[in-house]
Design a binder for this molecule. Structure first.
Ligand code: NAP
Length: 481
């Protein structure tokens, strides 16, 4: 087993606790480690440290802050294989995906290390001869961050890097399913020699840690990624102190395939996205709308790609690991059963894998369903599993209606060669991100995020820095000479 991570990082020091939570490997159900089960008092210590560190970190020139971020990225890349193993062991995804996630995290950090040098203010003409207006952009202060288990490395990089680049200090609470990769990434950050207290991590009781962050007036911003239900709850908590909050929440992305699309490329892109991370992706395709003229062809192509997918322990050369835990498998079973009862046709998969080496893990077979209709629960909820439901459609208007009626508005994908349709549809879809003829959305320079119940705020690009900056304007009245 890898070295234990039974400690948090508070004020640059390792802090362990007697009271711990188990970390479980979803590939085999075994306990791999224990991490501190912290609550309010430990969170307060972390906020004390972050608040003290803010006084000096926020004053450092951006190029000095940048050096720590660049070193952090280097450390992550140099330790990529070990970090990927830590990630796979607690999250389940294949090692190749975990390595990609560590590399992607380093890329985000490098990008923000540079972008932090370009936080500019503004000079605005005054309203009188004597008035001079200057706009400053200043770091908001101590930031509380709460991250999910599905991309437990990337979500940290996407929040912590822009916050540190602006001069903010942070207290992070990672998901209890995947705390080890968070602790390990912080270890690499602390190893850069970053001043004590700038970056703190607290693991444990989500409600207690959350309350401690929201109740503390020194915490001026919360950045949350997770489920829509918890996001809504946190938004209410933020209201008490009018605390700034950004929310990256759930999605229900359609992939829409028109008859003029390159069907081979569309099928490849759809299967690649749908089954990445075992289908546990916020911007993952939830439902596939296939135009009735090409539905049969597309379905055949999707099936032949899905048949190739190997499922197993993420440490083996597989394309799909286990789901994150047993509850996730039960949820997928519920959604597939509901669809079958309402008339969906099962084309492949459709069951929990439980024989042999699958017995003690939480595995579900890659699944494709056709004859899906919009009264089925899996078209209304995030499936968060390896299930591809295919729905036929005739008119563009039908998919636009789906998007308008959808409570979520994170992402949508469509495949067509009609340039008129590209703009018409992209402009009308009710989402924060549109992928046309491809599904890659999460890159450091672009604003990742959703509308409606998928959240508010953006991660990536200069938009990601704005989340951690306040605007202040100074009006100077010149005195007569
Ligand atoms: P979750 O249950 O909402 O948990 C997310 C984080 O919130 C975890 O760290 C969790 O801690 C913490 N938490 C739970 N209850 C809390 C409370 N009362 N106060 C403060 N914190 C609390 O979500 P998840 O199941 O981990 O993640 C999957 C969801 O994240 C999906 O809906 C997915 O779509 C969404 N997601 C969105 C994006 C995006 O960019 N839009 C990206 C990735 C994931 P514990 O782990 O200790 O319970």
């Amino acid at each position: 087993m890898l070295q234990t991570m039974n400690h948090m990082w508070i004020n640059g020091e390792k802090v362990g606790l007697q009271n711990t939570i188990d970390v479980i490997n979803p590939a085999n159900g075994k306990v791999i480690d224990h991490v501190p089960n912290a609550g309010k008092s430990e969170t307060k210590l972390a906020v004390d440290a972050a608040s003290e560190a803010f006084k000096t970190w926020s004053k450092l020139p951006p190029k000095e802050r940048s050096k720590f971020l660049l070193k952090w990225a280097d450390h992550l890349l140099n330790n990529r294989d070990e970090l990927a193993l830590i990630l796979t062991e607690e999250q389940g995804k294949p090692l190749s995906e975990s390595k990609g996630e560590i590399e992607g995290s380093a890329e985000f950090i490098q990008w923000y290390a540079e972008e932090g040098k370009r936080i500019y203010g503004e000079v605005i003409p005054g309203s009188s001869e004597e008035q001079r207006i200057t706009v400053l952009r200043q770091p908001v202060g101590v930031c509380g961050m709460i991250t999910p288990w599905n991309f437990p490395g990337a979500m940290i990089a996407r929040k912590v890097a822009p916050a540190l680049a602006t001069g903010c200090t942070v207290v992070l609470k990672p998901a209890s399913q995947t705390p080890r990769i968070a602790i390990a990434m912080f270890e690499q950050l602390i190893a850069t020699g970053i001043p004590s207290g700038v970056a703190n991590i607290v693991t444990g009781n989500p409600k207690m840690i959350g309350e401690a962050l929201f109740e503390d007036e020194r915490v001026r911003k919360i950045s949350f990624t997770g489920s829509t239900n918890i996001g809504k709850q946190l938004m209410k908590q933020a209201a008490d102190q009018v605390k700034r909050i950004s929310l990256e929440l759930g999605g229900n992305a359609p992939a829409i395939v028109f008859p003029d699309a390159d069907l081979d490329k569309a099928a490849e892109a759809i299967v690649g996205n749908k089954f990445e991370n075992c289908g546990q992706m916020c911007n993952g395709i939830n439902v596939i709308f296939a135009h009735e003229e090409i539905q049969a062809d597309l379905t055949e192509k999707v099936i032949s790609l899905v048949q190739e997918l190997q499922v197993g322990d993420g440490k083996d050369p597989v394309q799909l690991g286990p789901l994150v835990n047993d509850d996730a498998v039960k949820n997928v079973e519920r959604l597939v059963n509901d669809a079958k009862q309402k008339g969906a046709e099962l084309l492949i998969g459709g069951e929990r894998l439980k024989d042999g080496s699958y017995a003690s893990g939480s595995y579900y077979a890659p699944t494709v369903l056709s004859n899906v209709t919009l009264n089925m629960d899996l078209t209304k909820e995030e499936i968060f599993g390896p299930v591809a439901p295919i729905l036929p459609f005739k008119e563009e208007e039908e998919v636009l209606q789906f998007s308008k009626q959808n409570q979520c508005g994170l992402a949508a994908y469509f495949f067509t060669r009609d340039i008129g349709r590209v703009y018409r549809l992209a402009e009308q879809l009710d989402v924060g991100m549109v992928g046309v003829n491809g599904t890659q959305l999460s890159v450091p320079q672009a604003p990742f995020g959703g509308i409606k119940e998928s959240g508010m705020g953006r991660e990536g690009g200069h938009y990601g820095l704005e989340e951690f900056l306040e605007v202040k304007y100074i009006s100077l009245t010149l005195e007569n000479e």
